[in-house]
Design a protein around this ligand. Structure first.
Ligand code: DC
Length: 222
């Protein structure tokens, strides 16, 4: 069986950065499952489909024309042939993604696509339900958290670095609203797998968190 490490947790906990570092260090593949929900939300916006229109969103998610293309600046994501790597990261798309992600049929439509990422020599998968639903067989499951304030501050810094203006209190409110939505949906809510390791990264740096996950991985996959 292909080895899988799952990294779940609330928005902005640093899952993406850590998954990328861990995957690079091990030479494994990476799945940013949130990008699939973001792509579905963006495609819905482009096609003028309501975010609660499960009947229309389900085939849209199932047939998403998307290509993940490695480039020197990380992964390039193409939707219908167009580079949307930046566009899907907008806060507004994150919120919309959280809405479409609450629809059971949309989640079901994206399940196989996510599982197909498990390829040799291994996969690091980040999201909300990687350990509970998509890869329940994974031998290493991490649940990564940080206080809402710390997560908002990290997001604020990232946006500033990109020259995008933002308001810190608005970011805190946004993250809390998204946590609430992701934790309270009926299907695959954000919650730790019963066998997950907890990692509170509020006061930890990127290198320290990466090292912790790699240390756990070495115990299992040596
Ligand atoms: O990780 P992210 O912020 O890119 O994810 C965007 C939204 O997608 C998130 O608010 C909830 C949803 N999501 C999900 O429901 N399940 C996942 N495995 C990943 C993301």
């Amino acid at each position: 069986m292909i080895p899988v490490i799952t990294i779940d947790g609330p928005s902005g906990a640093g899952k993406g950065t850590i998954s990328q570092r861990v995957a690079e260090s091990l030479g494994w593949h990476m799945l940013d499952s949130g990008s699939l929900y973001r792509l579905t939300a963006l495609a819905a916006t482009l096609d003028d489909i309501g975010l609660d229109n499960e009947n229309a969103l389900t085939p849209l998610a199932a047939r998403l024309d998307v290509v993940f293309e490695p480039s020197t600046r990380g992964l390039r994501i193409l939707l219908r042939g167009k580079d949307v790597s930046e566009a899907i990261r907008a806060e507004e798309i994150g919120m919309k993604a959280s809405k479409v992600a609450a629809l059971p049929a949309v989640r079901a439509a994206l399940l196989t696509r996510q599982r197909d990422f498990a390829q040799a020599p291994g996969l690091v998968a980040d999201g909300r339900d990687m350990g509970t639903t998509v890869f329940p067989q994974a031998k290493l499951k991490v649940f990564m958290t940080a206080s809402a304030e710390a997560r908002a501050e990290r997001r604020y810094k990232q946006l500033m670095e990109k020259g995008i203006s933002a308001s810190l209190p608005a970011l805190v409110a946004d993250l809390k609203a998204r946590d609430e939505q992701d934790s309270n949906r009926s299907v695959s809510p954000l919650k730790p797998a019963s066998d997950a390791i907890f990692l509170d990264t509020t006061t930890m740096g990127i290198d320290e968190v990466t090292e912790r996950v790699l240390a756990e991985a070495r115990k299992i996959y040596r």
